[in-house]
Structure formats: structure tokens, C-alpha cells
Design a protein around this ligand. Structure first.
Ligand SMILES: Nc1nc2c(c(=O)[nH]1)N[C@H]1C(S)=C(S)[C@@H](COP(=O)(O)O)O[C@H]1N2
Ligand SMILES: [Mo]
Length: 311
């Protein structure tokens, strides 16, 4: 069922041995040392032997091809194949992320600086789109919480807002007004600090493919995919709940929280089950799990909240 990426056949390492290695690492519990990502590894990969995170699911990742050809990235068009067709036009170097708002240590960092500073690891997470499909992705990233701690948010900061680049010359979808650009997302500060929340800079050991949100994107595995904003240029600490793209576009269909919840239907379709990408349009759907299966790590964040009300 799982297809391995054909582009992943380096002369000296087969996909199979890569995964066997990873499994060995996980079982041995020992973290492999990550070579400097830009130092030119033997394998020619950006992240040749990433540390395997205990937060990873043990499900098999989807193929590189599935992950990079079936995308949502409206800056490059509204169809699933559009990002793979058009995202190569995006210049991702140089790139910096600005940290501002209610914090004592604002700043602006290049993606290289962030990768050097924070320990990058592999996080294999399920991604569940609000359109009721899912896939499993071997992300490379670091915990957003570490960057937040270093930014010293002040006591008034309650939320974190994110913004994607606006560059219509390179992002063909931004030449239309389909969404109100920039794409915006937000998290409550405690959600952003949860160790599951990562900023991702790659997948399958490589730097992030453009269609997946190069050079740096958010991944929040217990929320619907649209919360995981791509190609981030700004992170802002706020007191008020920040506006978010899909909530602005249609607040009846998309709430701020957007936690994966099989018991709360989208107004136009059920969220109780999902189609696993790559298994075919007519394959049987699988049941969707509360918080996308990450309940033990995040349920406490919503204690006392009505999750049908706060969708
Ligand atoms: N900037 C931006 N980020 C975005 C989107 C988008 O259109 N623009 N789409 C979101 C949606 S709906 C999903 S499901 C995921 C898809 O991520 P993937 O293409 O890497 O699977 O990206 C999210 N992040
Ligand atoms: Mo999505």
C-alpha cells in the first residue's frame, strides 16, 4: 500500500534501509546526531539522519509523490495539482521570519539561523484535511514552543498570529481575489506552546518542497490541515484572538479552533470518516479520531470548553 518515493533512491541508501534505520533508532531510544543541515552530507540530503521523535506516529508515511502532488496551497491555485505545477516559481532564499507583537525579544531570523539554533527532528504526523482526506507525512522540524520561549512573550500575550508571504509575481493564485491575502492563521498561546506544534522546514529528510510550504510552515497535527499555514513570514503575539483566513471567508464553516472532531460535521459534509490519500477514490473510508488521534497530548487544553460550540 505504501509506495516509496522513486526520487528517494540514492545510490547508497534505499528507502527501505532508511526506514529500518529509523526504526532501529527509535527502538534503541538513542538520538542520532544530526549533521549540520547545510554541511553537505554523504547522502546529499539536507537532513541526512534526523532524530526520530517519540511523538511520531508508527503509521507508514505516504510516498513523497503523494505528499508533493496532492496539495492545498491557494496562493498557487485552488486545485490539488496546482501547487505542484506552480510553486517552483517561488523564491525561498533568502527568507526571514519576523517575530513581533507582545513580547520582550522580538526579532527577525533567517530560516538557516532557526535550523542552526533549534534541534530539528523528524516528526511523522497524520495530516487531516477538513475536506475529509488524510495522509501521513515525515516532517522535519522543531518545536514552535522553543522559539516562543526565546521571544519572551509578555503577560498580555494570549494568542499567536501567523502570516504567509504576499508576492503575486511569484504566487499566481494571489493575482486573484479568491482569498483575502495574506493567508492568516492563529493559535491560542498554550496551543502554540504544546510540544506537538512544530515549525517544519522539510520532509523526507529534504528541505521543504515549495508546494508543501517552503521554506518554513506550521504543523499542528490535531487540527484540520488549514491551520498548518505555509511559507510563514511573520509571527505576532496578540492579546485578542487574531483573524484567520478561513474563518473570515466563511465563519459558519470554519471556526478558530478547528480541532479534528468526528462529532462535529462541517455544514456541508460529515467529519466522521476520512479517505486515506493513495488508497483510491473508492477505497473504504476509515473512522476519524478525536483530535486526529492526539487526544492524550492535547485534550487537557480544552477542558471545560464546549467543543461543538468552539469548532
Ligand atoms: N499559506 C497557505 N497555507 C496553507 C494553505 C493555503 O492555501 N495557503 N492550505 C492549508 C490546507 S487547507 C491544508 S489541508 C494544508 C495542506 O498541506 P500539504 O499540501 O503540505 O499537505 O496546508 C494548509 N496551509
Ligand atoms: Mo485542508
Amino acid at each position: 500500500m505504501v509506495k516509496f518515493n522513486s526520487e528517494y533512491t540514492h545510490a547508497d541508501v534505499t528507502p527501505k534501509s532508511y526506514w529500518l534505520n529509523r526504526r532501529k533508532l527509535m527502538m534503541g531510544g538513542a538520538g542520532a546526531v544530526l549533521a549540520s543541515p547545510f554541511a553537505g552530507s554523504v547522502l546529499g540530503k539536507a537532513f541526512p539522519s534526523p532524530i526520530a521523535s517519540p511523538y511520531s506516529t508508527d503509521q507508514e508515511p505516504h510516498s513523497f509523490e503523494d505528499i508533493t502532488t496532492y496539495n492545498n496551497f491557494y496562493e498557487f491555485g485552488t486545485r490539488k495539482g496546482d501547487p505542484a505545477k506552480h510553486a517552483h516559481n517561488l523564491t525561498t532564499e533568502p527568507w526571514s521570519v519576523k517575530i513581533d507583537g507582545l513580547c520582550d525579544n522580538p526579532g527577525e531570523y533567517s530560516v538557516h539561523e532557526l535550523i542552526e539554533k533549534y534541534s530539528v527532528e523528524e516528526r511523522i504526523y497524520r495530516l487531516r484535511c477538513v475536506e475529509a482526506w488524510s495522509m501521513v507525512v515525515p516532517w522535519i522540524g522543531f518545536e514552535l514552543g522553543k522559539l516562543i520561549e526565546d521571544s519572551l512573550p509578555d503577560s498580555k500575550a494570549k494568542f499567536v498570529a501567523f502570516e504567509t508571504l504576499v508576492r503575486p509575481e511569484e504566487m499566481v493564485g494571489q493575482r486573484s481575489g479568491f482569498l483575502d491575502w495574506p493567508y492568516r492563521e492563529g493559535l491560542r498561546l498554550d496551543e502554540a506552546m504544546n510540544p506537538l506544534t512544530i515549525l517544519s522546514v522539510g520532509l523526507y529528510g529534504e528541505l521543504m518542497p515549495n508546494q508543501n510550504g517552503a521554506p518554513i510552515r506550521l504543523v499542528v497535527p490535531w487540527k484540520y490541515g488549514f491551520k498548518s499555514i505555509k511559507s510563514i513570514v511573520k509571527i505576532t503575539f496578540t492579546e485578542e484572538m487574531p483573524p484567520t483566513t478561513w474563518n473570515d471567508q466563511n465563519s459558519r464553516e470554519y471556526g478558530f479552533y478547528s480541532n479534528v472532531n468526528p462529532n462535529v460535521s462541517h455544514p456541508r459534509w460529515s467529519q466522521a470518516a476520512e479517505r486515506v490519500i493513495g488508497t483510491g477514490l473508492f477505497a473504504k473510508k476509515i473512522p476519524t479520531l478525536m483530535f486526529n488521534g492526539y487526544e492524550e497530548h492535547v485534550a487537557h487544553l480544552y477542558e471545560g470548553m464546549d467543543l461543538a460550540e468552539n469548532y
